[in-house]
Design a protein around this ligand. Structure first.
Ligand code: TXA
Ligand code: MG
Length: 351
């Protein structure tokens, strides 16, 4: 067990200085980004990067995203990249887009890329993160700052719950904005962008920003064992401790189905939970815990609230839960459904 320091960073650079020095010198420091909290380590320091895998209990064949604060840092990390990559950076950085690019030999600990010839890079759109990265002065490898298999953290408390005693410190910058991880893309060829993981940068946004470019994606509910291109996609991430069912269909059918299931669960004494949109939270009176994921008019809010809600189901010892899958089409709704499907371990019900 190590001592885990918490820095309350309300724009004060003093506390960041200490966190940055720790990072540069091989420490493990969690910090907020606009998506979720990341667990950072100096990406060039093999021991430090190994520490990330150890602290999270993460499988070593799942590569890490490298975070940078300035474009000048990029040239040291990757081989020359095509103009399409440059266009994406200009449009979306800083922001929730991770670009998979050819890695420069020797620039990073080989553990970062898990032996792949590519590296995922992004520039987070968060003042504290950017200040920390600048002061550390090194590229920072940072997966989400949760124990492997737990929902990603959207507050410093979530990080502390999972990693206290396992890392050197946590920069507390309050709740994150997007609430789901970045969109990961690779360039399939000079005119095609492939989305490997849906996220904060939406399909619609990419399509509008790149009118002459083809945008393709893996299926939303792709079976996990189909040799995925993004190694992380094959693991059951974000899993709550209980059994989660994702219920798709028209809202009235979804509500009816869930209530039926609640009655049956109640009859056998199973502790139940429902993740519902605010318009319908009052319809699940038989549930032990109903989590409000915001109005269905505002999918962004549901994205922000998802991981916190999944953690509360765990905290309350909920054994079986249902999530309303009647998520409005488009926008961040796609990433939300993708994460729900993963949390459900592909227990998806079509009503
Ligand atoms: O929003 C985010 O991306 C957060 C914050 C902290 O930046 N980070 C994050 O990292 O979600 P992580 O490690 O939990 O997810 C990284 C994802 C995995 O699905 C991994 O497989 C994929 O990115 N990835 C990383 N490097 C890759 C590469 N070279 N090729 C394909 N996929 C890669
Ligand atoms: Mg993660």
């Amino acid at each position: 067990m190590m001592d885990t320091k918490i820095w309350q960073a309300n724009g004060h650079t003093q506390s960041l200085q200490e966190a940055a020095e720790l990072l540069r010198n091989g420490g493990l420091v969690a910090f907020p980004t606009e998506t979720v909290y990341g667990l950072g380590a100096n990406a060039a320091d093999n021991d430090a990067v190994q520490g990330i895998f150890r602290a999270k209990g993460r499988p070593s064949d799942n590569p890490l995203i490298v975070h940078i604060a300035d474009m000048e840092q990029l040239d040291g990390l990757v081989e020359p990249y095509p103009p399409l990559a440059r266009r994406l950076m200009e449009k979306y950085w800083p922001g929730p887009l991770t670009l998979v690019l050819p890695v420069k030999a020797g620039a990073l600990s080989p553990l970062v890329t898990a032996g792949l010839p590519t590296v995922g890079v992004r520039m987070p759109d968060h003042d504290l993160a950017l200040q920390l990265l600048r002061q550390a002065g090194c590229p920072v490898a940072a997966p989400s700052a949760n124990l492997s298999g737990r929902p990603s953290p959207t507050t410093a408390d979530h990080v502390a719950d999972d990693l206290t005693g396992r890392i050197d410190g946590i920069v507390d910058g309050g709740a994150t904005g997007v609430g789901l991880e970045s969109t990961v893309v690779e360039l399939a060829n000079a005119e095609t962008v492939r989305i490997l993981r849906p996220g904060g940068v939406t399909m619609e946004s990419l399509t509008a920003a790149l009118p002459n470019i083809r945008i393709i994606r893996e299926g939303l509910f792709e079976a996990d064992d189909q040799a995925p291109r993004s190694p992380g996609m094959k693991y059951t991430h974000y899993a709550p401790k209980g059994e989660l069912y994702l219920v798709r269909g028209q809202p009235s059918a979804v509500t009816a189905y869930i209530n039926d299931e609640l009655m049956q669960a109640e009859a056998v004494g199973v502790k139940t939970g429902v993740l519902a949109f605010r318009e319908r939270t009052h319809k699940y009176e038989a549930a032990d815990l109903v989590e409000d994921c915001g109005s269905e008019q505002n999918v962004e809010e549901a994205a922000q609230r998802l991981y916190g809600a999944l953690r509360r189901f765990d905290d309350e010892g909920i054994e079986r839960m249902w999530a309303e899958g009647c998520v409005p089409d488009g926008g961040i709704g796609e990433a939300l459904l993708n994460r729900l499907a993963k949390a459900a371990g592909h227990r998806i019900v079509n009503t």
